[in-house]
Design a protein around this ligand. Structure first.
Ligand SMILES: [Zn+2]
Length: 296
């Protein structure tokens, strides 16, 4: 399995080329014009390194949208299970490349969003949707892998009195097991209750094995949270928080991140889902995979 690096490499190459074109100090009008062009192109490069679209065999498109600003490295101490010798063998002294991401699928002309990112906590998705000419009002379905705040905060905007919907026309799907756990068993749940409360008129609960609209299957991947779900549509597998350190965990699924709530079940799910993805030749889309969000 390997990360799909093409877009990142293209972007890096383009940036290098553009960087070279800015050398020299003479200010002829031609050079000024070149500089202006370079600036515009650099903006485009910047934007394109924050999203990438792939097309599935049924014609549906899936766009990775990077929600965090800048680069994200998950630190070594997030992976207490990993020995120093294993960690050091990765040669990633500064941390493991990661992201906070969401995925937007367009199937049969309708937009489906997988998770909603950081929202008011530094999320960039709203800007990227604008750049992609997608109106939040046109997103009709939102499928949630789980209810951690870096996956649901983007559903709402703060107002003076509380929260309001970002996606006015969307129905939000959450796993029954996940919702029950957060509402009944997990103590720190104020944000989960408040955010889902905003969508209470458009909230739907699913069970593992259910086939949701646009042929999206909800698959049991519990462990990271009590109802953690991965979603399959054709050859796409949205893996949520199955991995927080791809470079480490892809070959060592027995290593958890410290965010994983049930260690034993997280390992079991990670092994099971990675095997399943491999056996069915699926493209994984992960909320914390490094740029560009997809791995196969
Ligand atoms: Zn997460």
């Amino acid at each position: 399995m390997k990360i799909l690096f093409n877009a990142a490499i293209t972007a890096t190459l383009a940036a290098t080329i553009l960087g070279c074109s800015n050398n020299g100090s003479a200010q002829t009008s031609k050079e000024t014009q070149q500089a202006a062009t370079a600036e515009t192109s650099q903006e485009a490069v910047q934007a394109s390194s924050d999203y990438k679209t792939i097309t599935l065999s049924d014609g549906a498109s899936v766009t990775w949208i990077k929600d965090n600003a800048g680069d994200k490295l998950n630190p070594r101490d997030l992976f207490s299970d990993a020995s120093d010798s294993l960690y050091n063998s990765l040669n990633l002294a500064d941390g493991i490349p990661a992201s906070v991401s969401t995925f937007l699928m367009k199937a049969d002309g309708e937009y489906v969003l997988f998770d909603a990112g950081l929202g008011d906590f530094g999320g960039q998705m709203a800007n990227h949707l604008k750049e992609l000419n997608v109106n939040p009002d046109d997103i009709k379905l939102i499928y949630l892998t789980h209810l951690h705040v870096d996956h649901i905060s983007g559903l709402v905007k703060k107002t003076e009195t509380g929260f309001e919907k970002v996606f006015k026309n969307a129905t939000v799907y959450v796993g029954q097991v996940e919702k029950d756990a957060w509402f009944n068993d997990i103590e720190k749940n104020d944000l989960q209750k408040a955010i889902l409360g905003v969508y209470s008129d458009k909230l739907k609960l699913f069970a593992f094995g259910d086939i949701l609209p646009h042929e999206v299957e909800a698959i049991d991947a519990i462990g990271h949270t009590p109802g953690h779900t991965v979603f399959r549509h054709k050859e796409l597998l949205v893996i949520g928080d199955l991995m927080h350190g791809y470079a480490l965990q892809i070959n060592h699924p027995e290593i958890n991140s410290n965010y994983d709530m049930d260690k034993a079940k997280s390992i079991e799910s990670r092994k099971k889902i990675l095997e399943y993805a491999k056996a069915n030749k699926l493209t994984m889309a992960g909320m914390h995979l490094p740029t560009p969000g997809f791995a196969e």
